[in-house]
Structure formats: C-alpha cells, structure tokens
Write a protein of this length. Structure first.
Ligand SMILES: CC(C)(COP(=O)(O)OP(=O)(O)OC[C@H]1O[C@@H](n2cnc3c(N)ncnc32)[C@H](O)[C@@H]1OP(=O)(O)O)[C@@H](O)C(=O)NCCC(=O)NCCS
Length: 214
C-alpha cells in the first residue's frame, strides 16, 4: 500500500511525480490514500482522503505501507516523521524522477530515505544527503555538499559546491548560495535570495546579499 501525507498543493504535485515515475519506469507507488487533517472523506485524483486516525487503524493491521510526505515545510515533515518512525511496517522510499541527474557511481552520492527528486534536479558529485530532503524542479547542487534531513530546496535554487546545510532548512524559489559556506539548521532563505556568507544564526534571510529579517 502507498499513502501520501498531505492534501494541499505539494501533495498534488507529489501525486503527479509518482504518476510520472510510474509512466516512465517500472516503479509504481500510485497512492491508495491521502492522509490529511483537512478535506477528510473527499477525494483527490480519485483517491480518498483519510484522517490520521483512519490511517493508524490501517497501520495497526501490520500491512507494509510506503509513506510519502506531501508537504513542503521542513518542520511539518519532521513532525509527521516523529509520529510515524516507531512503526516498523512503514517504509519511506526515495522518489527519483528519471530526468533527475545525479552521480550513480558507487559511493558518490550518499543518501538516506524519503528523499524526493523532481524533474531537472541536478546533483553533481561527492554529495551527502540525509532523509526527506526535497529537490524541487530545476534546482542544482554542487560537489562536496552536505544536506541534512528534512531540508526543502524549492524550484530554481542553486546550491554551490562545498556547502554544508543543516537540518530543516527551507530555501524559497530561486535562492542561490555561493560555495564553501554553512547554513544553520532551521533557517529560512527567502525566494530569490543570494546567500554570500555562512548563516550561523537561525532565522529568516532575504535579498542579495541575504540579510536576516527575523
Ligand atoms: C522569506 C519568506 C519566508 C518570509 O515570509 P514572512 O516571514 O511571512 O515575511 P513577510 O512576508 O512578513 O515579509 C517581511 C519583509 O520581508 C520582505 N520579503 C519577504 N520575502 C522576501 C523575499 N523573498 N525577498 C526580499 N524581501 C522579502 C517583505 O517584503 C517584508 O518587507 P517589509 O517589512 O519592508 O514590508 C517569504 O517571503 C518567502 O520568500 N517564501 C518563499 C516562498 C517560496 O519560494 N515558495 C516556494 C513554493 S514552491
């Protein structure tokens, strides 16, 4: 069984990504349900939206379930996983569109589980990523970069080489970093920002060069 957590815009896009992957490869994670706090009982793309309570009843049957986190917010992704991680029958496959580019040579890309690669995401080489990292449409990540779990990299972002990104960092659309910097966990980088120095204090950063606003 396959389920997508969430029923808003990103859940719809993840459903589409799963459809794309199934159409172009032999990997089929077509969801049986969406799990959400809103719109319970209605349908998305013909699939029923069920509540967390209904989902946990299915989980308790012990059936093996592939779970996909259909939310963009790093903090919410982490919260969902924290609630699910002790169930041994839940799996979190990586979702990789065939048009995503990455170094498939042995040991060159180290990654955990639950990561999502949309079309035209490009990762070069010697890259390490954690779990539930989202690489959205048309983003790029340079060599020797490390990205910790739950981080979201929105469309059109470019992360240069030798960058170290903490956990639950959010990059808005079109954000860019220079090389050899670090970005503190839980930071938010605004759409279109250019990060030119390490972010050592958690906060919200916007503009070129990026400055802290919150
Ligand atoms: C950075 C961001 C998270 C801030 O959101 P927020 O905390 O709600 O902040 P506000 O909207 O209150 O804006 C605060 C100030 O920063 C400015 N600002 C907000 N985002 C900005 C951005 N990306 N670049 C430059 N300035 C920005 C606002 O104009 C406002 O300025 P003011 O105080 O002079 O009026 C948000 O604006 C953003 O860029 N989100 C990314 C959205 C995105 O790319 N989504 C991807 C979907 S796929």
């Amino acid at each position: 069984m396959n389920v997508i957590f969430g029923s808003a815009g990103f859940a719809k896009e993840l459903d589409w990504l799963i459809y794309e992957i199934a159409e172009k490869t032999n990997i089929d994670f077509t969801p049986n349900y969406f799990v959400s706090k809103s719109d319970v009982g209605s349908t998305l793309n013909g699939k029923k939206i069920i509540s967390e309570g209904e989902f946990f009843k299915i989980v308790e049957t012990g059936i093996s379930i592939n779970v996909f986190l259909g939310v963009g917010s790093p903090i919410i992704k982490e919260k969902i996983y924290e609630n699910l991680k002790h169930f041994k029958n839940l799996n979190y496959p990586n979702l990789i569109h065939p048009n995503a580019i990455m170094d498939k040579r042995e040991g060159m890309l180290k990654m955990g589980f639950g990561n999502v690669f949309f079309p035209s995401s490009v990762l070069t080489t010697y890259i390490t990523i954690g779990n539930f990292v989202l690489f959205y449409l048309d983003c790029s990540v340079g060599h020797d970069t490390e990205i910790e779990s739950f981080t979201t990299i929105s469309p059109g972002c470019h992360i240069s080489g030798n960058v170290k990104i903490g956990k639950t960092v959010y990059f808005g659309t079109g954000a860019v970093t220079v090389e050899k910097i670090e970005i503190k966990s839980n930071s938010i980088i605004g759409a279109g920002a250019t990060v030119t120095n390490s972010i050592v204090e958690q906060g919200t950063y916007v503009g070129t060069p990026a400055k802290k606003i919150k």
